[in-house]
Design a protein around this ligand. Sequence first.
Ligand code: SAM
Ligand code: SF4
Length: 390
Amino acid sequence: MRVERAFVVMEGAFGLAPGGSSANDAAMRALPVLESRMAVREALPVPPAGWGEGALPLLHDERGRVYRYLRLSVTDRCDLACVYCMPPGGEHEHAVRRELLSFDEAAQVVRTFTAMGIRRVRLTGGEPLVRKDVVRLVELVRRTTEVERIALTTNATRLSELATPLRRAGLDAVNVSLDTLDPGRFAELTRGGSLEQVLAGIHAALDAGLEVKLNAVLMRGVTDLEAPRLVDWAWERGIVPRFIELMPLGEAAQLPRDVRVGADEVRARLGARLAPEGSLEAGAKDHGPARYAMAADGSGRRVGFITPLSNEFCDTCNRVRVTAMGDIRACLASRRAVSLRDVLRTSAGDPERALSWAIWWALAGKERGHRFLDASADEHERVGMSLIGG
Ligand code: SAM
Ligand code: SF4
């Protein structure tokens, strides 16, 4: 189903004031003025006659990719400002409350996605735990949708207090982002974060019975030497560590290329900890794009690698993103969006019919891949990770 697309630029250009960074690495200096990172919304055509009568189609696109996994951002705000994710002082544009999906709207969005084949939901942000009453949202999604698994990606600053209530509300798992075990470096990288608070949050999550993974984005000359320590620390606690290649998006698009550390380099640094040969193994069916190397000692412990640059996985992409404002973004690397919030707030009658058409249309024409390494594709630095939900 091919339809002419119309684009509406939602926000005008604006300037970011260069701010003082406490970081001591050249890669962390103040960044130049940027244009808006808000979505470019597409006008939605009316659904074809008969749409929504009977069962909804399983979500797939024109390239045959099937979607099973929803990343739902619940806020565009964060209590940290990691140097590769946020401008100093935070993003300059934020949604006000009425612009955010309400909890009821978010649950309706999840219900419609599950009717179209989505099985897993990950709540993200910004920092999802700064959204007021996020525990209530988890409970609502668990109680009113048929989603099989609810996970959350977090910086863990508020996990000490929230791990047990989240578990009780129906959360299955957390991925905690942690790039260093050095308190001073952590404070620099996050522009003021407390490592102690994060470690306490991780322990609270384990105590609450949540499945925990650790996600690290390493940077050369900053954290690249930490890989072995992070793996040992995680393995000692029964946590699966994973390394994500830094993508040249948003703030990271402005960092020098040589700060990027490829998965092969991290594997080499882990040396004898990992089984010497063999390619990386895919994770469980319908999970994300991580591939895993096994421990050399036969213990079954694993290290995950997410390799958007060194081994692009766009051809098998099974994930779809919805921002805190309710924009569905088919690809992380593109600002094109369709506003599910506006569809919900303006549709008379059956919300599932209107929503499912918007979701279908937004994904049907999804581009082949991210083109991070194509210099002529200039969108990347206008994609704010914390605004979309990384
Ligand atoms: N605040 C939460 C957290 O930090 O886990 C959730 C949102 S954060 C945007 C999600 C993940 O995106 C984090 O693991 C972060 O390290 C990662 N991230 C941010 N910018 C990135 C980039 N340019 N390339 C790769 N990963 C990035
Ligand atoms: Fe916040 Fe997560 Fe981005 Fe760090 S990576 S600034 S914790 S949204």
